[in-house]
Design a binder for this molecule. Structure first.
Ligand SMILES: [Mg+2]
Length: 309
């Protein structure tokens, strides 16, 4: 690899990497001008999300840079999945540090673009800068959905079943065990897979949906609060990732699965588990085994929470 020696050379390099992507749906102009141009189709709603990924908070320098690139985009795509939308494009701003190797930056973009290609997400632009001590990636992702059909948090009804995709607690287990002992759980932590196909399949079916970024009880609390209802866990086991504790499944966070509600008579979609029922009551209140539980999970602004740092 020829090492880019200026911002302009980096932009050329990223443009060359991004140009390999065959995906151009709606993208009129991508990387290289003052702005990107995107032309939405008639009858579409566009959904937007933004996400920060900060060294020693969300990842460490020891992580493979391609995995960090994947992670930066995957977190935004998970929000797009939670809306039932299809990703269209992303914008990525990256602040590196004086000691960031050019190969780190190159591999970061390779990891990001691999996931972008696989999910039909165009890298449409961004910014590069040198910061002080922590590598910081800020991503904006835009998705599209048929007008009025986006899944929201506020639509759950009393009696609706509460469902979750996949297995929970794996990311927290992986973070606890680390790269050498974490095995599959470590991969869950480092390279989460956004549930885009499931999200799209839930359009017109789910009454509410949210992605599990901060922890099951905390994200369920948010969905219940938005819907003006209480939530009750059904008796029976949670879908816990092998080796993870129940506490990790309930409040570990970063699993990036989907949490959603379906009308009372609905069946569990494939790969999902019914875990509870929406109830009339104090908005946001969560009960399990007859007792109210305090929503817990990752909160950047409270002391004592655990992170990659
Ligand atoms: Mg979210």
């Amino acid at each position: 690899m020829e090492v880019p020696r200026s911002e302009l050379q980096w932009i050329d390099r990223i443009q060359a990497l991004a140009a390999r992507s065959p995906v151009r749906r709606g993208m009129v102009l991508g990387v290289g001008d003052d702005c990107a141009i995107f032309r939405p189709r008639a009858g579409e709603d566009l959904v937007f999300t933004t996400d920060l990924l900060i060294e020693d908070i969300h990842f460490r320098r020891t992580y493979a840079p391609a995995d960090v690139g994947h992670r930066a985009l995957a977190r935004g795509l998970s929000d797009i999945a939670a809306m039932g939308a299809a990703p269209r494009f992303c914008l990525l701003s990256l602040a590196t540090t004086a000691n960031t190797a050019p190969r780190w930056i190159d591999n970061f973009f390779r990891g990001l673009l691999r996931l972008a290609d696989r999910t039909s997400t165009v890298l449409a632009g961004g910014d590069l800068a040198r910061g002080h001590t922590a590598i910081t990636a800020d991503i904006v992702v835009c998705g599209a959905v048929a007008r009025g059909s986006a899944l929201r948090r506020d639509g759950a009804g009393a009696g609706d079943g509460i469902y979750v995709s996949g297995l929970l607690g794996g990311a927290a287990l992986g973070l606890e065990k680390g790269p050498r002992k974490g095995g599959r759980a470590w991969r869950r932590h480092v390279v989460p897979e956004p549930r885009l196909a499931l999200g799209r399949s839930l359009r017109g079916r789910a009454t509410a949906c949210i992605d599990l970024s901060d922890g099951l009880t905390l994200d369920l609390h948010r969905l219940a609060l938005a819907s003006g209802l209480a939530a009750e866990f059904d008796a029976g086991a949670l879908p816990v990732f092998p080796g993870a504790s129940e506490a990790q499944a309930l409040s570990g966070g970063e699993d990036y699965e989907l949490l959603f509600t379906l009308p009372p008579e609905a069946r569990s979609p494939r790969g999902t588990t019914r875990i509870g029922t929406m109830r009339r009551g104090i908005a946001g209140r969560i009960t399990r085994n007859g007792r109210a539980i305090t929503p817990a999970g990752y909160d950047h602004f409270s002391a004592g929470t655990k992170s990659a740092g």
